[in-house]
Design a protein around this ligand. Structure first.
Ligand code: DC
Length: 643
């Protein structure tokens, strides 16, 4: 599994253009049909991803000739035409649901023993209704009896076709599979879809691609389809960009008040997921349709929606990520069937929303999301590409969002992170530093500035405290500079803006005890400790792509080229009063004396003493509210933080 990936937040609105890769759903339909067609087809705009490589591999395995230039998105396929798929043969769909289901229906039109299998995740996904429909048509299909899932073994001898009924509420992939197999049946096929239909746009897409390759399909309104026999004829087919992949780019612009141009997609698209743009419009985004692209601009404030996503359910996690930033709750309905996707997508989405601090709850057919403040977190992804991508988008506005097992996006969008980063290109990282004595208000103001600018806080005092705490617990003599310096080198101190981890263990609270506060000034005077922590502080800033650093020597020593340097002060009486708020047995005179002692220690030590950088802006917080100070800072940054 790949290491968690930190999402770089958007610090100011962008105006970007992007072309997402080809549609997975269209690519896998076109590849399969080209593989069955008479003649040589040229497919362009093909998606290069795990799922499409699975399909390309499978059609080659059943006898089509495949010449792929994946990088150029062009694949030439010479199909098997009227020849049957011949067993004994095993076709492996890996993790790809469309590949496995489509191949199963095609296999029964072949001859001999043909096994359709996939990886462990695909073996967990149902195929029972499809297998039942094929058996009803006279096919012999064996699945593990308890699960009705893959591996499925087909003992094929062609199919005459005729009439078949299939529940429409489980997976439209089953109906699509039957549709695509139908022209290879002797008498064609009449398909009746029973019950409530889900994802009907995918059926329309299947029919569109079949017709492009010469199949005759007529729709019986409200009930199903009639497909004539006769197979497929090769053609040159261009695949549109993937609308589900596009949903992440649209959502990214929607939550950051930015503008994105999605090249190559328009209102004539055959993909149902384009409807997602209309949901964002209902939430307050401005959507413009052009002949060759779609443009979306996010509003300054999104509002929640009540939406039925049964026809474009792949965008449920994306909508959930957007809903976290709305001013009112969002209800998602009609998608109970997505519990059978790569993950239980309702449970996974709700669990991960909660992990980032959002109040969300599952319903039988969807979820309810109550927006609120977010928090940093490592988001779990359940090997589900859509969970990883949706929460990456959420991270654009939630500093400190990390995505576990980020590489699972390769299933459908291998270059996802590059595309997402490309929306808001690198610029000089914004580094705001705040130095000043204890109790001047640095940490409160640093947090407020960071929140306003979408950055994380680097609390360098916490790093010195972490060393002091570790020295105490490991009984290292504080006055032994070399020993404490060596200890600092081996400690793994991690700061994510709110929690402090020492060697992976949460130390946020334990570094605030009186004992640590007393020991820390000795540690902070140790030049070896300072040298090690200084390097770590600089690396942190590079890794985060900017931030708000607070301490004693941020502007003078650690970040001499910071974008903005602030030196915070406050009257000692006020500073003592603030300390009062933090302590239970407060003694005002003792607090003043303690602050005077700490000021003396901090400013008189030999290495990196507390001092005003010559280019620092001095802010006296005695009579100012936090909001006033933040407004002042945003003003000082000017155009750097304005759109
Ligand atoms: O801000 P604080 O009270 O958590 O800081 C703890 C100690 O670390 C304090 O004695 C000052 C010292 N310190 C330092 O020397 N240099 C920094 N950049 C930050 C803190």
């Amino acid at each position: 599994m790949s290491r968690p990936r930190l999402i770089r937040p958007v610090t100011s609105p962008f105006d970007s253009s992007v072309r997402v890769p080809g549609s997975k759903s269209i690519t896998n339909r076109a590849l399969l049909i080209a593989g069955l067609a008479e003649g040589r087809s040229v497919l362009t705009g093909v998606l290069d991803a795990d799922d499409t490589r699975a399909m390309a591999g499978a059609i080659a395995d059943f006898g089509a000739v495949v010449e792929a230039d994946w990088e150029a998105g062009e694949i030439t396929v010479t199909g098997i035409g009227a020849d049957p798929i011949k067993g004994p043969l095993t076709l492996n769909a890996n993790q790809s649901g469309t590949t496995g289901r489509f191949l199963l229906a095609i296999a029964v039109t072949g001859t001999g023993a043909i096994t359709i299998d996939g990886d462990a995740q695909l073996r967990d996904r149902p195929i029972g209704d499809l297998a039942d429909a094929l058996v009803a048509l006279g096919a012999r299909v064996e699945t593990p009896s308890s699960t009705q899932s893959m591996p499925a073994v087909v003992h094929a001898d062609g199919l005459t076709g005729g009439e078949v009924a299939l529940p429409g509420n489980i997976s439209s992939q089953f109906a699509s599979a039957l549709l695509m197999a139908a022209p290879r049946m002797l008498n064609g096929l009449s398909i009746e879809l029973t019950g409530e239909l889900v994802s009907t746009p995918y059926l329309d897409m299947t029919v569109e691609v079949m017709r492009a390759f010469g199949a005759e399909v007529s729709e019986v309104p409200g009930t199903g389809f009639v497909v004539a026999p006769g197979g497929y004829r090769a053609c040159d087919y261009h695949i549109e960009p993937d609308a589900s992949a596009a949903s992440y780019m649209l959502a990214a612009a929607a939550i950051t008040a930015s503008t994105v141009q999605l090249e190559g997609l328009s209102s004539t698209s055959i993909q149902g997921d384009m409807e997602f743009a209309e949901i964002l419009a209902q939430m307050g985004a401005t959507v413009r349709h052009h002949a060759d692209r779609i443009e979306l601009t996010g509003p300054s404030q999104l509002i929640g929606v009540d939406a039925d996503l049964r026809d474009f359910s792949d965008t449920v996690p994306t909508l959930a990520a957007v809903a976290a930033y709305a001013s009112t709750p969002t209800t998602i309905r009609g998608v109970g069937f997505i519990r059978n996707k790569e993950s239980d997508r309702i449970e996974a989405t709700v669990t991960e929303l909660r992990r980032v601090g959002i109040d969300a709850s599952e319903t039988e057919n969807g979820m309810v999301i109550n927006p609120g403040p977010l928090q940093p977190a490592v988001v779990q992804t359940y090997d589900d590409h859509r969970i990883a991508m949706a929460f990456s988008v959420l991270g654009l506005r939630n500093p400190g969002t990390r995505i576990a097992n980020p590489d699972c996006v390769a299933k459908t969008f291998p270059n996802f992170y590059r595309a997402l980063d490309g929306l808001h290109p690198d610029r000089e990282p914004l580094v705001v530093v705040i130095d000043g004595p204890a109790g001047a208000g640095k940490s409160t103001v640093a947090k407020a500035i960071a929140d306003r600018l979408g950055l994380l806080v680097l609390d360098t005092g916490a790093m010195y405290r972490a060393v002091a705490h570790s020295a105490i617990t490991r009984e290292v003599d504080l006055s032994d500079w070399d020993a404490v310096g060596d200890l600092t080198k081996v400690l793994r101190i991690e700061l994510d803006g709110s929690t402090v981890l020492i060697d992976g263990a949460d130390a946020t609270q334990v570094i605030r005890t009186a004992e640590v506060s007393k020991a820390v000034s000795i540690v902070a005077a140790n030049p070896r400790v300072r040298a090690v922590l200084k390097n770590q502080q600089r690396s942190w800033m590079v890794a985060q792509g900017g931030g708000v650093a607070e301490g004693r020597d941020m502007g003078t020593v650690v970040f001499p080229n910071a974008t903005l340097k602030i030196f915070m002060t406050a009257a000692i009486e006020e500073r003592a009063k603030r300390r009062a708020a933090e302590s239970i047995d407060f003694d005002y005179d003792a607090a003043v004396a303690d602050l005077q002692r700490r000021d003396e220690v901090d400013s008189s030590r030999a290495v990196d003493p507390l001092a005003e950088a010559p280019d620092a802006v001095v802010i006296d917080s005695t009579n100012q509210s936090v909001d006033q100070i933040v407004d002042h800072v945003v003003d000082l940054l000017g155009d750097l933080v304005r759109p």
